[in-house]
Design a protein around this ligand. Structure first.
Ligand code: NI
Length: 266
């Protein structure tokens, strides 16, 4: 396995360990004869000096990834970039977002500072940090305080460093013509899907259609007690060709804005 393949394999093992739903869907597709190709993963972080996008991206940059387009999610107070591997376009894209910490209340800023203070300044540059989970102690009380202002902040504090989702590339499937038929397959197998902004986010004209499951609840250990909280989800993406004939490789901010809600508590 190449360095990139090993990294994504470790991310997948960590992701499916708390999200058996993704493993089950992957298995159902494999049983149909499909070979599942991953379009992208997404990672969440805080925009502190230590934990901002550039720090978190370094492990990917070291493996040949380059920073591409920027995205701004003003209503959720997030910034994001996506990264591609120019030498091997078959490597999954990486979408990294960060919470604009300074845009939140003093109380939220203090909780995030408390988390950030527990991370060693060099830790984000270690090769296994990105799949190391939560590198700080978090009480359930602080989780709830974060949740009151930002679902994203609460999720990031609770789950730390891991793939928030993997994404099935519909373009690489051979038994589904479109995203509608894949969605039907997922729903018929009794998985709940994110309907915020409609089941399908984006249009062929925007060159990207996406849908996702809703993150199932997992029994997560906080420093004081265990609680059921929304975990990770599985995403499905179909890309369309640009005028050049190449498939569009970017993301649609309006669609991603709704995809973020796949980890909202119902
Ligand atoms: Ni995504």
């Amino acid at each position: 396995m190449s360095g990139v393949e090993t990294l994504f394999n470790n991310l997948w093992l960590q992701y499916t360990a708390i999200n058996p739903q993704a493993e089950a869907i992957h298995q159902l597709l494999t049983e149909r004869g499909e070979t599942v190709v991953n379009d992208h993963i997404a990672i969440r972080t805080f925009n502190t000096q230590k934990l901002g996008i550039d720090s978190i991206a370094q492990v990917f940059v070291d493996l040949g990834y380059v920073k591409k387009d920027a995205y701004d999610f003003s209503s959720k107070k997030l910034n994001a970039f996506h990264y591609e591997h120019p030498e091997n376009p078959n490597h999954p894209k990486v979408f990294i977002s960060e919470l604009q910490v300074e845009a939140f209340s003093e109380e939220v800023q203090e909780i995030i500072k408390k988390l950030d203070d527990q991370v060693d300044v060099t830790a984000p540059f270690e090769s296994d940090f990105i799949y190391s989970g939560r590198p700080w102690e978090l009480t359930f009380d602080d989780y709830i305080r974060l949740l009151q202002e930002s679902e994203y902040a609460a999720w990031t504090a609770a789950f730390g460093y891991r793939a928030n989702h993997f994404t099935v590339s519909i373009n690489h499937l051979t038994t589904f013509f479109d995203i509608e038929s894949l969605n039907d397959f997922i729903l018929n197998n009794d998985f709940a899907m994110n309907e915020s902004g409609g089941l399908i986010k984006g249009t062929p004209e925007q060159l990207l259609e996406q849908s996702s499951t809703m993150a199932p609840l997992v029994n997560l250990a906080f420093s004081d007690a265990n609680h059921l909280v929304p975990s990770c989800f599985y995403e499905f993406a179909k890309r369309y060709p640009m005028d050049s004939g190449r498939l569009y490789q970017g993301f649609i901010a309006a669609s991603a804005d709704k995809i973020f809600e796949s980890t909202d508590a119902k």
